[in-house]
Structure formats: structure tokens, C-alpha cells
Design a binder for this molecule. Sequence first.
Ligand SMILES: *Cc1c(COP(=O)(O)O)cnc(C)c1O
Length: 427
Amino acid sequence: MSEGIPGFSTLAIHAGAQPDPSTGARVTPIYQTASFVFDDVDHAASLFGLQAFGNIYTRITNPTTAVLEERVAALEGGTAALATASGHAAQLLAFHALMQPGDTIVAANKLYGGSINQLNHSFKSFGWNVRWVDPADMGAIEAAIDGTVKAIFIESLANPGGVVTDIASISAIARKHRVPLVVDNTLATPYLCRPIEHGADIVLHSLTKFMGGHGNSMGGILVDGGSFDWSADDRYPMLSKPRPEYDGLVLHETFGNFAFAIACRVLGLRDLGPAISPFNAFMILTGIETLPLRMQRHCDNAKAVAAFLKGHDKVGWVSYAGLEGDAYHGLQQTYMPKGGGAVFTFGLKGGYDAGVALVSNVQLFSHLANIGDTRSLIIHPASTTHRQLTDAQKTAAGAGPDVVRVSIGLEDAADIIADLAQALDPL
Ligand SMILES: *Cc1c(COP(=O)(O)O)cnc(C)c1O
């Protein structure tokens, strides 16, 4: 290893891991156990009182999961991380530590569809409000902030349209109003973009997608950027006020720049319960070891496929930030110069019927509702995920009748293009 901080590829393989202390196993074992034996009564008491770090029960910590957490924290440049059962569980736990009933999230209107549902419906039943804004409109973001706003929530690379967000400009607004900036970095991954370096305070992931990378395991994670002062006023009581269940401990005072990750674990994960299984943590850790290699190939393949589609006479438009001339190409060059990711949309001149025909004609592509697999994936949102909406609503959501979304896999680019060519020809 060279001196100083190891490079990204080295961290992807080594961060957080050591040979197993009891067996010498080189690969992090799957600690498939629900609970852990205490040394003695005093040890048990200190673990329960948060006076010592150690394992009690896999709902709260697990040694396999701990390696995953340390690794993703290192890759994102954060102080600590907390892995969860899914990406949505990470969102739930992050906002649970920030929000009280009556508080508001200012959220980008270009978010993953599941996140829009979570904020619009389930979170509202907790008394958490949402104010939707165009993430490209800095004036609208600033105008949406009032005393009830406890978080700004954006995606670095927004699903599904391949929209790159100006994280630094939004961070400047967040800092001015002393509100934490929460960034979902699922589509970019830290290989393409490290939001904390651009001013994000908290980074979230669905590990189910490119991080695990093989479409075989659900997981999520939240990363504490360590940058936010939770005690500057009394607006974040979970972090700044004494906790009755821990003998009056004040989390920010005790845990400093990783207090947010601790709060999400010892209050959110402990009480709400969406823990990741050690087996899934192991699968995702294995996936992350090849993240830099996979992500670069994903991007290179996606760029080749986007260029092919752009030149095809059945295709009306292609929205891929990695293509020169794209509306988001400038922001892509600033925030993710290694590539524009692998998820993008394009429009068929033949509209709805052409979209249905295309997903029926493909052979190599899988027709399903996921992204970030080694396999190339395709979906026609208007006939599937967005079918209940009116045409006007579909278009507003970026899922008009002509729109097709792809997640480009790791197959040979020539084979991916050939499959699309044979599927487009009969339209
Ligand atoms: C899939 C996804 C989520 C939700 O993650 P799950 O692991 O499916 O719960 C959140 N944000 C983005 C951008 C996603 O793609």
C-alpha cells in the first residue's frame, strides 16, 4: 500500500476487514447468529448503557454487517454508517432521527418512485410533511425552507431520467439555513460521486442496486458525513437532548461527529427493527469488492448504447447525461466525470404501443422493475409502474407513454446493442 489514504479500489476490497481473529478466515465470515454472549454482568451492563462498543443482538449490531458499514463509510468519506434491510429502511431511519410530528422535508420532485410514495403517504401518517421542489431551481428550494423544515432530500443522479443534481449549490442553501442535506447516492455510487465532498451531510443508498450489483440481495445504508452541528439549537432533540432510555445520555455530546449514525442505530434500528441479515451483508460486501471495475463497465456500456439509440430512426430522444449535448452533460462532467451511470430513459416515436412491443421483443434484456444488476434490464413505465396514472400525470413524472427505461448491464456492448436493434426493427 502506498503511504497516506489508500485508493478507492483498495478501500473497496479492504476497508473494515481483517482476517477473522478466531479462525484466520481471510474472507469476512457470515456471523449467522441472533445474539452474542456477554463476558460477565458488568460487560453486559456497559453494553446496554452504551458505555462500551460490542455486540448484543443482530437487530442492533453484527460483525459481518459491521465490516459492510465500515467499508461504505470509507468509500463515501463519512465518519460512520448504518446498514439496513433495504434502501427504504435506511430512509426511514435517517428521517426518524431528524423529524418530529409537524416537521417538513423539502424533497426533490425527481426521486425514485418508491421514495415519492414513502414521503407522500407513509411518512405523512407519522405527521411528517413533504414540500416538493424542482432540484434545479435554487430559488424554489430556498423559498420552501421555513422553521418546520428539518431536512433537504435529493438524489445525486436522479432515477429514472439520468438527471444530475447540483449538490454544492443546494448544500450552500442547506448550510445557510442550518438544515442537513440528505443525498440518495444509489444510482451514482461513491465510485462516480462522493456527495459528502460536495457538502452533503448524510448519504443514503439502496445497496440492492449497483453496490451489491448482482440483483441477488436487498440492503440499504445511511452514512454520517460528520459535518452537521446537531447541538447549535434545539431543533434535533434526538441528538441534542438527554435520552431517558440511556440514563440521560446526550448522543451528540457523547459521540461527536458520528452521533447521527449512533442515533439511527440505538434509537431507530433498535426500536423500528429493519436490520439487514448477515447473509445479505456478506453478499453485498462481496459485490462491493468489484464496484470500481463494474461501475466503469456499466458506464462505458451505457454510453455506447445511448449513442446507438440516439442514432436510431425509431427513437425520438435519449436522456443520458454521459452523452455530449445532453442537458445534464455539464453537471455530469463536474460531479461524476468518470461516467453518467447506467440507468437512463429514451422515447419511442411509436409511443405507447411501440413501448409495449419493444419490451416484448427483447431477448437478452430482462423485462422487470429493478436496476443495477449485472444483467441488462428494461421497463416501459407507462404500462407497468406508472399504469394507474393519467397520461398527463405520467408525462409529469417522466413516464410518458413513449418512455422506456433501461439499466445497462455488464454483457458485451455489441450484444446489448444487437438485442435492441432486433427489437426496434419491427416497430
Ligand atoms: C431502489 C431504490 C431505493 C429503494 O431501495 P430498496 O433497497 O428497494 O428499498 C431508493 N432510492 C433509489 C434511487 C433506488 O433506486
